[in-house]
Design a binder for this molecule. Structure first.
Ligand code: BJW
Length: 252
């Protein structure tokens, strides 16, 4: 792939690089994307219908079991070259903010530090009743497990459709978006709000917009640069072209 020199130059000169990632960045780690057909037992369910408070109210066990399956899947996955390249870019740029819609912790496991998790994290659970994060819990024969404080049902600490995003994190994401010189979206379909509103907001504030995705999305048209292909190949290439002299974490 030919990466435009103007893009390389903008990246080298940027004071604040902001990245928004979605499920596509973890695809090469073997984690199915949100809207990809699910596999095996879960292929008969629509993820959009499982990721709601209504679904949990209707069938808490089904929703809990889906998240338990995904928790195990990501625990056995490894960060890929795309995650690693972002951790390397964070080390070499003056200011770097990684906004992720993912709940899989793969960015943190790759070494990224300044990560804003818009949609929560699979590894945490909270009480469905009291909305309080519970540190100690274990799987039970009759899932979901119960809250040790009030006996309510436990649920994953993720953001479902119709729920508010964590206010402080969303505030930090909006602030970073407004001050970005470069805003890169990676592996997101760009259809879920308010995350999907961040790239156009960054571009309105003067950022150079870059999209890395295997497919076209509703965000594509507004981007200054579109890099079409898998992020596990494109991100290391971008890093090597922008900082050929760097010896930090040269992705292979
Ligand atoms: C690759 C690749 C490779 C593959 N390399 N690329 C404004 C307008 C319309 C609707 C709304 C609106 N504002 C709010 C709404 C409602 C709703 C919404 O957005 N609905 C839309 C579907 C229309 N939003 C909400 O409800 C949000 N809450 C909210 O706004 O609160 C205030 C409010 C409440 C009530 C009413 C109104 C306002 C909450 C959204 C929470 C989303 N949660 C989920 C689940 C998280 C937990 C879990 O994981 O189970 O988050 S849904 C799901 O979508 C998940 C993802 O983070 C999110 C985004 O998906 P993502 O990451 O983009 O994945 P995919 O699968 O869609 O795409 C993968 C992409 O990768 C594709 O493009 C591939 O091509 C690409 N790809 N391989 C590069 N190797």
């Amino acid at each position: 792939m030919n990466i435009p020199q103007t893009l390389i130059q903008s990246l080298r000169e940027a004071r604040h690089v902001v990245v928004l990632t979605g499920a596509g960045i973890s695809a090469e780690s073997g984690v199915p994307t949100f809207r990809q057909a699910q596999t095996g037992l879960w292929s008969q369910y629509d993820p959009q219908e499982l990721a709601t408070p209504e679904a949990f109210r209707r069938n808490p066990r089904l929703v809990w079991d889906w998240y338990s399956w995904r928790r195990e899947l990501v625990a056995n996955a490894l960060p890929n070259q795309g995650h690693l390249a972002l951790a390397a870019i964070e080390q070499i740029t003056p200011k770097f903010t990684l906004i992720t819609q993912n709940v899989d912790s793969l960015h943190q496991r790759a070494g990224s530090r300044n990560v804003l998790e818009l949609h929560g994290n699979l590894s945490r659970v909270k009480c469905f009743q009291e909305d309080i994060v519970i540190d100690e819990w274990r799987e039970t024969a009759e899932p979901p497990p119960r809250c040790p404080r009030c006996g309510g049902l436990l649920r994953p600490d993720v953001v479902w459709f119709g729920e508010m995003l964590p206010a402080r994190i969303l505030h930090l994401a909006n602030e970073a978006t407004r001050s970005a010189d470069i805003f890169i979206t990676i592996g997101t379909s760009g259809i879920v709000y308010p995350a999907a509103a961040l790239p156009p907001a960054a571009i309105r504030s003067g950022a150079v917009g870059i999209e890395v995705n295997t497919e076209e999305t509703p965000l594509t048209q507004s981007m200054a640069h579109v890099l079409r292909g898998p992020s596990g190949e494109i991100m290391p290439l971008l890093f090597r072209e922008a900082w050929p002299e760097s010896d930090i974490c040269q992705p292979v």
